[in-house]
Design a protein around this ligand. Structure first.
Ligand SMILES: [Zn+2]
Length: 321
């Protein structure tokens, strides 16, 4: 018969697991010692429904989940001989519960179940549920917010305008971008609206300030205030920009210049989502939030070169306070 005692020390996501084996021999001392370094690291599950942020703190990621709904994350554990030493524990079970309670594989998929609105640390504890934490993930449970937006393609007698693929916009808004903050968009695709916006007959819509007389013509001709927000799809902006929506929250009207984006390296779905970030939620560009200037993967990054879509924890909280 053998007795074990264990000592642990924490170093980031690494946890040194010391196993001391002692015999019950009545004479002498039969002492074996093993040393195992157990590595435990939370990771994003690419099939997750809500958000994952390992940009804010690479060592302790954030995960979002909807209240009364569940989502998943991965946990990488090595060596496999240590799997049954890893226990998952939520420190605030009113907000989040976790299952299973003990790892059986690596990567291990864990299910995070949202309870009431709130936050919890979900810890990977060693040797028992009460053991020391090897590492943890922070989980925020948000109530779902539902917003409505009308996409309104606009033409003038001299400009035919460019429409969007509404399904692509819906999928980007709800399955890529705003699901991260537990927001669902009901998107309404309107027919073309004709507006005589080119007051100075230069073939462009003047967008140099919020709002120009030409933008006001579009708004007053084409708006539909039965929706929370209107995005006017108008080609040929005077400055070659992709979109313009003043900072909200609750700026109802935005402009997206679809024809400028076609052929560019970003896509119109990202621009619609980005402009709604400004108008609906008051998000500024990351470098204006006291964040590092380069968060190139962020939906709200200034340079939309390649359709970034990530939203970070501070943005989840601003979108879904
Ligand atoms: Zn912007």
């Amino acid at each position: 018969m053998r007795n074990k005692s264990k000592l642990f020390s924490i170093c980031g996501g690494l946890l040194s697991l010391f196993l001391f084996f002692t015999s019950d021999a009545t004479y002498g001392l039969d002492f074996e010692q093993e040393f195992t370094v157990v590595r435990v690291k939370f990771a994003e599950n690419t099939t997750q429904v809500y958000g994952y942020d390992d940009y804010t703190n690479p060592d302790i990621p954030w995960k979002s989940v909807e209240t009364s709904r569940s989502d998943t994350a991965k946990v990488d554990i090595s060596p496999v001989s240590a799997l049954n030493k890893v226990y998952f524990v939520s420190t605030n079970i009113a907000a989040v519960t976790v299952s299973p309670t003990q790892a059986t594989s690596s990567p291990q998929t864990i299910t995070l179940e949202g309870g009431a609105k709130g936050e919890s640390d979900v810890r990977a504890n060693m040797a028992s549920e009460e053991g020391k934490a090897a590492t943890k993930i922070d989980v925020a449970a948000y109530d779902k917010i539902v917003k409505t937006v009308a996409l309104i393609p606009v033409r003038s007698p001299s400009d035919p305008g460019t429409d969007v693929n509404v399904n692509d916009v819906v999928n980007f808004l709800n399955k890529k971008a705003y699901n991260q903050a537990v927001v669902e968009w009901n998107v309404f695709h309107m027919g073309f609206c004709t507006a005589n916006f080119d007051l100075n007959k230069d073939g462009l819509i003047d967008v140099k300030t919020w709002m120009t007389d030409e933008m006001i013509v579009v708004r007053d001709t084409c708006k539909n205030d039965t929706f929370d927000y209107n995005i006017f799809l108008v080609d040929h902006p005077s400055d070659g920009s992709f979109g313009f929506m003043d900072f909200g929250p609750n700026q109802r009207y935005g402009f997206v210049h679809v024809g400028e984006i076609v052929g560019a390296s970003c896509n119109v779905n990202q621009v619609v989502a980005h402009e709604l970030g400004h108008g609906a939620f008051g998000l500024t560009h990351p470098n204006e939030e006291g964040q590092p200037v380069i968060d190139a993967a962020n939906l709200m990054t200034w340079f939309a070169d390649f359709s970034p879509w990530r939203l970070r924890k501070y943005q989840w909280d601003k979108i879904n306070p």
